[in-house]
Design a protein around this ligand. Structure first.
Ligand code: PEP
Length: 257
């Protein structure tokens, strides 16, 4: 983390878990366990239908609500989709785009991720843009080449002013939901590489200001070491964000200097 230049973000990704009725007790337990004074943004990204309940319950606890995905289209005949405008209208401050599960199960590619990020930016919602390599790519030593391509494509046509509202989440696919975490060195190497890619496109200042998160089996035990890395500005957390005490411990780790 480097709070001098950028904000720390701890974002949970609930995926298709939990119910809207479980949000209030969850937030109460989280509030009882997490530090009252915080040096990071805390976000819980939830299914679109649960965003209003998260906005309501999260308000007092200063927990922002986020979506998990959005349409790349502004409005119209796209049955089942949720637009960026609709997320913004119910109070979402962030939204995940390009999660590897969307890429894997819904065939989403980097151009689509770019369109979704732009749709969110147009409505004042901060995109959390996920990138990350497969195990095969890592083993073939293609990690940085592939992640650089993903970052460049996802940010295509986004200017330096809008970049300030973007968060990048480096999530090696092999570490998501597997209990297999990247080592702090592996995670830092790629996050530093992502910043270098952004520096090449936008220059030193904008690159210094972008928050880059690590995601992939981050938990209460390994968070402190990962967050101590200079280019890791927070976490995108799946499984551990479903347990209020564990999520609170990660938030506390992000409070350390
Ligand atoms: C994720 O879903 O983005 C994620 C990182 O999940 P987990 O923490 O469970 O690996």
């Amino acid at each position: 983390m480097n709070r001098k230049y950028r904000k720390t973000v701890i974002a949970g990704n609930w995926k298709m878990n939990m119910l809207a009725s479980e949000i209030k007790p969850f937030i109460e337990e989280l509030k009882a366990n997490m530090p009252a004074k915080r040096a990071c943004d805390v976000v819980l990204c939830v299914p679109g239908v649960m965003v209003p309940a998260m906005v309501k319950s999260g308000k007092d606890a200063k927990v922002a609500a986020g979506g998990e995905d959005c349409s790349c289209f502004e409005k119209g005949a796209y049955t089942g989709e949720v637009s960026a405008a609709q997320l913004a209208d119910v109070g979402a401050k962030y939204c995940v785009v390009g999660h590897s599960e969307r890429r894997q199960y819904h065939g989403e590619d980097d151009m689509l991720v770019n369109a979704k990020a732009k749709a969110l930016l147009a409505h004042g919602v901060n995109p959390i843009i996920c990138v990350g390599e497969s195990l095969e790519q890592r083993e073939a030593d293609l990690t940085m080449e592939y992640v650089a391509y993903q970052v460049k494509t996802a940010l295509s046509g986004i200017d330096a002013t809008a970049l300030r509202h973007c968060v990048i989440a480096y999530e090696p696919i092999w570490a998501i939901g597997t209990g297999k975490t990247a080592t702090a060195e592996q995670a830092e190497e790629v996050c530093e590489g992502i910043r270098a890619v952004i520096r090449k496109i936008y220059g030193a200042r904008p690159a210094r200001a972008v928050s880059i998160l690590y995601g992939g089996s981050m938990n209460a035990k390994n968070a402190a070491e990962l967050l101590a890395q200079p280019d890791i500005d927070g976490g995108l957390i799946g499984g551990a964000s479903l347990k209020p005490a564990d999520f609170a411990t990660i938030i506390a780790a992000a409070n350390q200097e």
